[in-house]
Design a protein around this ligand. Structure first.
Ligand SMILES: Nc1ncnc2c1ncn2[C@@H]1O[C@H](COP(=O)(O)OP(=O)(O)OP(=O)(O)O)[C@@H](O)[C@H]1O
Ligand SMILES: Nc1nc2c(ncn2[C@@H]2O[C@H](COP(=O)(O)O)[C@@H](O)[C@H]2O)c(=O)[nH]1
Length: 205
């Protein structure tokens, strides 16, 4: 019997815009039905971060071995560290008909677009660049030079907004979550209509 694959939802945007905050809020909502794909990184854990929960923390050597084995759906080097999405988990979950949620930067998102063109690509945008800087400083997890690199990078990342299916402003976390939920629901309805039409056409043969 024909079984539709799950939907791959990609949330991207500059560092500090609030991707993690929005994602955590979405996953706390009782009717959320996506699976979160935990990324791999060579970055050191921040205070409170747990291996296998926030990231799979790996050495550069181990990460490069995963790349050479083709074990990543996408990866990017971001301000001196590797970040990537384990391929097996994404494939197994989508094959089981479950939606997968990726929270990744823009270079990796562009690679996913090439490989999974029917994914749903959402760019989370800050109200302004100055507010982005305020958020990064307020988070207090990076030194001033790293914050400066991330804000500088954000200028180029914002130019990639037009490559996305949707741009969602993160002015308020609850509003951003509502917008993302509405987009995902609309995409499911669209896919159901297409699937129904497809099955009707097969029956008519
Ligand atoms: N809508 C918002 N209004 C004000 N502050 C926010 C909002 N969303 C997130 N923040 C704050 O901004 C900071 C950065 O948020 P967060 O860590 O979620 O960003 P991120 O995009 O996941 O960053 P990175 O890509 O570096 O992981 C946090 O301190 C968070 O509490
Ligand atoms: N291309 C990928 N980017 C990822 C992945 N996981 C996280 N990220 C992004 O990296 C930056 C920096 O993250 P931080 O935790 O050090 O602040 C940020 O934009 C993340 O969204 C991934 O698997 N692939």
């Amino acid at each position: 019997m024909y079984k539709q694959r799950g939907l791959l939802i990609v949330l991207s945007g500059p560092s500090g815009v609030g991707k993690g905050t929005v994602r955590k809020e979405l996953f706390q909502q009782p009717d959320t039905n996506y699976e979160y794909s935990i990324s791999m990184t060579t970055r050191s854990p921040r205070e409170g971060e747990q291996d296998g929960v926030d990231y799979f923390f790996k050495s550069r050597q181990e990460f490069e071995r995963r790349i050479s084995e083709g074990g990543l759906l996408e990866y990017a080097e971001y301000v001196g560290n590797y970040y990537g999405t384990p391929l097996d988990y994404v494939n197994a979950t989508l094959d089981a008909g479950r939606d997968v949620f990726l929270e990744i930067e823009v270079v990796g998102a562009a690679q996913v677009r090439e490989k999974v063109p029917d994914g749903l690509f959402i760019f989370l945008a800050p109200p302004s660049l100055s507010e982005l800087q305020v958020r990064l400083v307020g988070r207090g997890t990076e030194e001033a030079d790293v914050i400066a690199s991330r804000v500088l990078k954000a200028r180029d990342e914002l130019e990639m907004m037009n490559l996305y299916d949707y741009v969602v402003e993160n002015d308020e976390v609850s509003k951003a979550c509502d917008r993302i939920n509405a987009i995902v629901t609309a995409e499911h309805c669209r896919r159901e209509r297409v699937e129904k039409r497809y099955l009707q056409m097969l029956e008519g043969e």
